[in-house]
Design a protein around this ligand. Structure first.
Ligand SMILES: NC(=O)c1ccc[n+]([C@@H]2O[C@H](COP(=O)([O-])OP(=O)(O)OC[C@H]3O[C@@H](n4cnc5c(N)ncnc54)[C@H](O)[C@@H]3O)[C@@H](O)[C@H]2O)c1
Ligand SMILES: [Zn+2]
Length: 356
């Protein structure tokens, strides 16, 4: 098992990376809890809930809350039901919530933990690659509200994160690929070696070779831990995590229900690297490599929206201050730059490049 530590001004906690649940009991060794509620969704429930319940029941009084899988459940109505269960099951300040599932479960369970009795501890057991390389690390929790993604939420850090990479064996490949897009993102913004690693090992990566996937999870968590450690609440550096997301979010909104988040990030990264190429910061070979890697991973590199629609949507995005668009571009491969008030003409060239 490999361990990383994430340190924010609020808290320091470990991320365990393993290929089974064999060390889960030991991970809970120093954690006492009057009661534990495992929060999961209907898909993960069927595959993993019994096993985790059995492990935790050796030490704790355990109950569970299961909600319908999918982003549609990520709302305040389901949070209200979850808080109701916590009350009915008499969880108190010394109780613990365990998030078992993908990013939707982690964001919901973390948010409930942050508000129940003004905050009780929680643990993340992420089971999608996206959650393992991104959402379970860093403390952003929350729900969608009135059609806006992640509109209501809190920064709230877990006690620890336990990643079992073998849970990816049951995850549909399309979801795995979406997580790989987020992992590759860290290479471009902060870890050039990771881009090279993808280049050299792409065939093994898409075959989900255990040691490759674990390496990617470790390097991704390490990158995210560094960024979040520097800037927990997104006042500065953390914005670089939005590489590919400025364009990607907009494509995501325009293609709701059709494309996964990671797929939109893939398209968004192509736009962002093209944008950086036009500034003279990266080479044509860099753009070609990105497109080749994404295509091999079966991720899209184009969308069928118009440039005008994408740009209009970018201007609506909650992260754009008064219609000005911030683009995360590259100074070079492995080094991101935050460009506030990016010129629309350059943005348009990049969106033209990703539209069919
Ligand atoms: N908090 C953050 O920093 C952060 C960062 C990125 C994304 N997010 C959020 O994460 C969410 C997306 O996360 P996601 O992609 O994990 O989606 P998800 O949680 O909906 O999981 C995707 C699907 O896979 C299923 N699943 C999960 N684990 C499985 C397994 N091991 N085997 C088989 N099926 C499994 C789920 O039931 C679901 O149907 C979004 O709501 C997004 O806003 C949060
Ligand atoms: Zn993302």
């Amino acid at each position: 098992m490999r361990t990383l530590h994430i340190t924010t001004p609020d808290k320091s906690y470990p991320i365990y990376i393993n290929d089974s649940f064999s060390a889960l009991e030991a991970a809970f060794e120093n954690i006492s809890a009057s009661k534990v509620c495992i929060v999961t969704d209907t898909n993960v429930e069927k595959i993993y809930l019994e096993n985790i319940k059995t492990i935790l029941s050796k030490k704790y009084n355990v109950c569970s809350f299961v909600f319908e899988a999918g982003e549609n459940s990520k709302n305040l109505d389901v949070i209200r039901e979850l808080l109701g269960t916590l009350c009915d099951e008499r969880l108190d300040r010394k109780s613990l919530i365990v998030a078992l599932g993908g990013g939707v479960v982690g964001d919901m369970a973390g948010f409930a933990a942050s508000v129940y009795m003004r905050g009780i501890p929680f643990v993340q057991i992420p089971t999608t690659l996206l959650a393992q390389v991104d959402s379970s690390v860093g403390g952003k929790t929350g729900v969608d509200f009135k059609g806006n993604k992640n509109m209501i939420g809190a920064f709230y850090q877990p006690e620890f994160v336990y990643i079992n990479s073998s849970t990816l064996k049951t995850l549909p490949y399309r979801q795995v690929a979406a997580g790989l897009a987020e992992a590759l993102k860290y290479g471009y913004i902060i870890k050039k070696e990771l881009v090279n690693y993808f280049k050299e090992n792409i065939d093994k990566i898409i075959a989900l070779d255990k040691s490759c996937i674990e390496h990617i999870i470790f390097e991704s968590c390490d990158a995210k831990a560094f960024v979040v450690g520097e800037d927990e609440k997104e006042n500065g550096l953390r914005a670089i995590l939005n590489f590919g997301h400025t364009f990607g979010h907009s494509v995501e909104t325009l293609n709701e229900f059709k494309l996964l988040h990671g797929e939109c990030v893939a398209i968004g990264m192509v736009a962002a690297v093209y944008y950086s190429l036009k500034k003279g910061n990266v080479q044509k070979e860099d753009l070609d490599l990105l497109k080749e890697l994404l295509t091999k991973m079966e991720l899209p590199i184009l969308c069928d929206n118009s440039s005008e629609d994408i740009i209009e949507q970018m201007q609506y995005d909650k992260k754009t201050a008064s219609g000005k668009i911030t683009v995360i571009s590259l100074e070079s491969i492995g080094k991101a730059a935050i460009e506030k008030n990016a010129p629309i003409a350059a943005i348009k060239e990049a969106t033209d490049y990703i539209t069919k």
